[in-house]
Each structure stands twice: as structure tokens, then as C-alpha cells.
Design a protein around this ligand. Structure first.
Ligand code: PLP
Length: 354
């Protein structure tokens, strides 16, 4: 039986992408050579890299608007410090909306002054802070669009004259936004794009080159841009797989099309959470994420029954993060609605048994 994988990441990918990616490891496009054996400087791989980079800009609606897409290494966690190294001269504002945001703040503080403009730590991050102000003389403002652990998602972004930097690791390519409002976006590949091992950075070039510090080459966005995202050996397999996923997304009709699917899945999931008296949502309703739904089972005595039923239905990866507890259903782009239906059925069956 094919399992319904609700894991928060590394995530599921479309079956056709998995198949093509695995074939390419043996023989890339009938070339007789493996994707992971050919030179990254070969035409075949340079074409893959360029295709992936241009698909990113095309899907985000950022072509010809001064942005560059890079595929780097070190995970989104390396971006926490790279952003500060490249953009932080005096002071930056950060929104503390979760553990990942807090980690970004910790890293940036190594380099200079960081001000937390808002925080929801007081309520274990079950909501998105609002009503804060961002001073115009800050170097940039950093936020996290989707808080994977708590299941909260920013529905809008502050209007500001300073560069808006956003960690979109867990909702990139899942919903339509005006992406030109961001100066820099970063996202680990491993939720909506491909296997872990590469991190997408999309940066508007004009925000770079404004800090006085010396930046080590591997940490310098400008160097990566000048080298076509090939300053050093790139992670060829995650980049190729990401390219396949982006082609799949384009074939479906792009972000607009997947957004509709994601909304349907989230509606189905949250209506069960709200209507079924056995469950309670964790995140505040207006901030609920369409990617990660967090909820608790109100009657602890039913825990074992529920978990046995989940197992029997082939549902895996729904345990909540240890800092929140309960359950978390991650519904990334490649998750079919049938998997959400299977989970909702188990939840309602539990109600009929209780
Ligand atoms: N930011 C967010 C929102 C995440 O969900 C994660 C990981 O789940 C990270 C950052 C860290 O990413 P990485 O493991 O690629 O460093």
C-alpha cells in the first residue's frame, strides 16, 4: 500500500519526478552517463542549472525585474547568517514568529544589532505577531512566511521602504504573492522543491554591495551571482530534481493552479479539525497555515486507538513537533487531496467510535 506521507520534511515529491530523477542517476536523458557522474561544467549540467534558475524566476513572476536565482548549500540555516553578512550594516528588524525565526535572529546578532519588532513567543508561537512598526532606517526586515512547527502562515506582508527578506522554506511555490515586494527570498529545497541538499536564494541585485565588511567568498551572494551559481561544485542531484519539480509545477499551470489545490486540501483538513469535537486546532484561526495543520486530540485516552487507526490507513508522519505536541499534517504541493481525505476519514471514524 502506498503510504500517505504527512511528514513536515524532507517532503514528498510528485511520483513522476521521483521516477525521472532516479532514472537520471543511472542514465541522464539516454546519454549513457549518470547525472551524478558528469562534470558540473558540462553543457548537460549547465543547461540543467540555467533551466532551474530561469524556471524559478518565471514561476515567481520575477523575470526581467532585477532578480537572480541561486542554488546554494548549507540549508536555510546557512541563510540565517548569510543574510546578515551580506545585508546587515547597522541594524535590522526581525519578526520572531517561531523557532526558525529565533534561530535567524541569533545568527544575525553575531554580526550586528538586531531588533525584534514583534514576537509571539509568549503564546508558544501560535499566532503571527501584528501591529508592529518597521523603522525606515533599518537595513532590512526579516520574516518567516510559514512557521512549519506551529502551523502559522503570514497572510500579508508589511509595506516598508527597506528590503523585505523572507524565509519561505515551507511555503515557497505554494501560493500566489506579489514576489516583487521581497528583496530576498530563501528556502531549503526539501519541502516544495526537491531533496535536501540545496537552498534556493532569490535576490534583487540592487540590495547587495552596501555593507562595509569583508565577506568570505562562499558567503558572498555577489560572487555566487557572478559565477552563475557555480562558484564551487553544486549539489547536482537536488538541483536536477528541483528543476523537474518546477517543470511539473509549470505543467500544472504554475503557482495559481497549485494554490487552488492547496486551498482545497487545507479547507478539508481544517473543517474536520473544527467540526470534530475530539480535536482542537493549535494555531489561531486567522493565521492558519495551508501547508502545516497543527491540532491536538482532546481526549488523551483515545491516543492509542487513533494512532493504530492511522497506521492501518497507511498514514505516516503526523506526529506534532516536540515543542507543540499533538499532531501536524503537512500538506505540501505534491500531496494529493486523496491523502488528506484518508486522514480526515480516520478522524471522523474516531469520532463515531468514541
Ligand atoms: N526555516 C524554516 C521555516 C524551516 O521549516 C526549516 C526547516 O524545517 C528551516 C528554516 C531550516 O532549514 P534547513 O534544515 O534547510 O537548514
Amino acid at each position: 500500500m502506498k503510504k500517505h506521507n504527512f511528514s513536515a520534511g524532507p517532503s514528498i515529491l510528485p511520483p513522476e519526478v521521483l521516477l525521472k530523477a532516479s532514472q537520471a542517476v543511472v542514465d541522464l536523458d539516454n546519454s549513457g552517463l549518470s547525472l551524478i557522474e558528469i562534470s558540473h561544467r558540462s553543457k548537460a549540467f549547465v543547461d540543467i542549472m540555467e533551466n532551474a534558475r530561469s524556471l524559478v524566476l518565471e514561476l515567481l513572476g520575477l523575470e526581467g525585474k532585477g532578480y537572480k536565482a541561486l542554488f546554494l548549500q548549507g540549508g536555510a540555516s546557512t541563510q540565517f547568517l548569510m543574510v546578515a553578512l551580506n545585508l546587515l550594516e547597522k541594524r535590522a528588524g526581525y519578526l520572531n514568529s517561531g523557532a526558525w525565526a529565533a534561530k535567524a535572529i541569533k545568527e544575525a546578532k553575531i554580526y550586528d544589532d538586531v531588533y525584534e519588532v514583534g514576537s509571539s513567543k509568549d503564546a508558544n508561537y501560535n499566532y503571527i505577531p501584528k501591529g508592529y512598526e518597521i523603522p525606515d532606517d533599518y537595513d532590512y526586515f526579516h520574516c518567516t512566511s510559514n512557521n512549519t512547527i506551529y502551523g502559522t502562515q503570514m497572510k500579508s506582508f508589511p509595506k516598508t521602504n527597506i528590503p523585505l527578506v523572507c524565509d519561505m522554506s515551507s511555503d515557497i511555490f505554494s501560493r500566489t504573492l506579489d514576489f516583487t515586494q521581497f528583496g530576498l527570498i530563501y528556502a531549503g529545497a526539501q519541502k516544495n522543491m526537491g531533496p535536501s541538499g540545496t537552498t534556493l536564494v532569490v535576490v534583487r541585485e540592487d540590495i547587495l554591495g552596501k555593507v562595509s565588511r569583508k565577506i568570505p567568498s562562499m558567503m558572498d551572494y555577489k560572487i555566487h551571482i557572478d559565477k552563475g551559481s557555480m562558484f564551487n561544485t553544486p549539489p547536482v542531484f537536488p538541483i536536477y530534481t528541483t528543476m523537474l519539480t518546477l517543470e511539473w509545477l509549470k505543467g500544472l499551470g504554475g503557482i495559481q493552479a497549485i494554490e487552488k489545490e492547496n486551498e482545497k486540501k487545507a479547507r478539508l483538513m481544517y473543517s474536520e479539525v473544527d467540526l470534530n469535537p475530539l480535536f482542537k486546532g493549535f494555531a489561531s484561526k486567522e493565521d492558519r497555515s495551508n501547508m502545516n495543520a497543527t491540532f491536538t486530540l482532546e481526549n488523551e485516552n483515545l491516543k492509542d486507538t487513533f494512532e493504530t487507526m492511522l497506521k492501518e490507513a497507511g498514514i505516516s508522519g503526523v506526529n506534532g513537533h516536540r515543542s507543540v505536541g499533538g499532531y501536524r499534517a503537512s500538506m505540501y504541493n505534491a500531496m494529493p487531496i486523496d491523502s488528506v481525505k484518508a486522514l480526515v476519514e480516520v478522524m471522523s471514524e474516531l469520532e463515531s467510535k468514541a
